[in-house]
Design a protein around this ligand. Structure first.
Ligand code: MG
Ligand code: MG
Length: 275
C-alpha cells in the first residue's frame, strides 16, 4: 500500500478546490439523471464541464480507465464503464467522479435515484449515506482506521445490509490513491492512527444482499454476485485541528433535487472560527 502523505493547509485548500469541482459536476449531473438518458451522455457532459473549469478528468486514463465517470447502475458496485444503455424509472446509478487540478485530485461519489425508486432501495441509500457521515465523525485525532471501519460496518449490518470487503477508501492528494487504506469494516482500536494533515476519501459500498462480488469481462465493472442493488457514497475529508472537515459537498446535488439537508453542517469549515 502506498504511503501516507500529510498535507499542509495550503495543499488542503488545493484538494478542496478539486473536490468542489467534483461536487459541482455531480450537481450538474443531478439535473440530467432521469429515465431515458444514458451513462455515456452523462460522461460526455461531465468531461466537458470539468475541462470548461480548467481541470482534467481524474479517472480518464488512470490505470487506463476509459472514461471520466465510473457509472454503476443497480447491481453494479463500482467502476462501471459508461455505455449507451438507457436508464429506466426505478433504477439507481452510482456516479463516481474524479478531478485533477493544480496538481491535486478530488474524488467523490453519489448514488442517484432514476425517477421514483422502491422503498427497499430508498432505505439502502439512506443507511449507506448515514454510514458515510458516521464514518466521517470517527475521522478525528486519537482514533484509528479500525474505529472508522467498525462504525460504518456496525451501522450497515445492524440495518440488515452487507459491507463490500474488496474495495476500500483511501488517502488522496497529489495521487488519486494514497495511504492509508480506509476499509468500511474493521475492529475498534486497530490500524493506523489518524493525525492532523491527513486527507482521505471515505466511501462505503453497501449491498442489499450478499457482500459477495464478481467482476465483468470488461476487466473493470464490479457487480454484486446475487445481482441485488448496491449503493456507494463518497466524500473527501481533511483532518484539521483534530477534527474532520469536509472538502466535498453534496449541496449542489441537493439544490438540483430540491432536497433540504443539514447533514454536512457539523463538518463544515465555518466550525473552525469558533475553535
Ligand atoms: Mg471515487
Ligand atoms: Mg475513492
Amino acid at each position: 500500500m502506498s504511503k501516507i502523505i500529510l498535507k499542509s493547509r495550503d495543499e488542503i485548500e488545493l484538494i478542496r478546490e478539486s473536490s468542489l469541482l467534483v461536487s459541482k459536476t455531480l450537481g450538474m449531473l443531478a439535473k440530467e439523471i432521469k429515465p431515458g438518458v444514458t451513462s455515456l451522455e452523462l460522461d460526455k457532459k461531465a468531461e466537458e464541464y470539468i475541462r470548461d473549469n480548467n481541470a482534467e478528468p481524474g479517472f480518464l486514463g488512470l490505470y487506463d480507465f476509459p472514461n471520466t465517470l465510473c457509472a454503476s447502475p443497480n447491481a453494479q458496485v463500482v467502476h462501471g464503464i459508461p455505455n449507451k444503455n438507457i436508464l429506466e424509472e426505478g433504477d439507481v446509478i452510482s456516479i463516481d467522479c474524479g478531478v485533477y487540478k493544480n496538481g491535486f485530485y478530488g474524488d467523490h461519489a453519489y448514488t442517484f435515484p432514476v425517477g421514483e425508486i422502491s422503498n427497499e432501495i430508498k432505505a439502502l441509500l439512506k443507511t449507506t449515506k448515514e454510514s458515510l457521515y458516521i464514518g466521517i465523525e470517527c475521522f478525528k485525532e486519537g482514533n484509528r482506521v479500525g474505529d472508522l471501519g467498525y462504525s460504518i460496518q456496525n451501522h450497515c449490518e445492524k440495518n440488515g445490509y452487507s459491507v463490500v470487503r474488496e474495495l476500500v477508501g483511501h488517502g488522496i492528494g497529489k495521487n488519486m490513491h494514497e495511504g492509508p487504506e480506509i476499509p468500511n469494516y474493521g475492529v475498534r482500536g486497530t490500524g493506523k492512527k489518524f493525525t492532523n494533515g491527513m486527507v482521505i476519501a471515505i466511501e462505503p459500498m453497501i449491498n442489499l444482499g450478499s457482500k459477495k462480488l464478481k467482476q465483468l469481462d470488461d476487466g473493470w465493472t464490479v457487480t454484486t454476485f446475487d445481482n441485488k442493488v448496491s449503493a456507494h457514497f463518497e466524500h473527501n475529508v481533511a483532518l484539521i485541528n483534530g477534527k474532520p472537515e469536509l472538502l466535498s459537498t453534496f449541496s449542489f446535488i441537493y439544490e438540483a433535487m430540491g432536497i433540504l439537508s443539514d447533514e454536512e453542517k457539523p463538518f463544515k469549515k465555518s466550525r473552525e472560527i469558533n475553535s
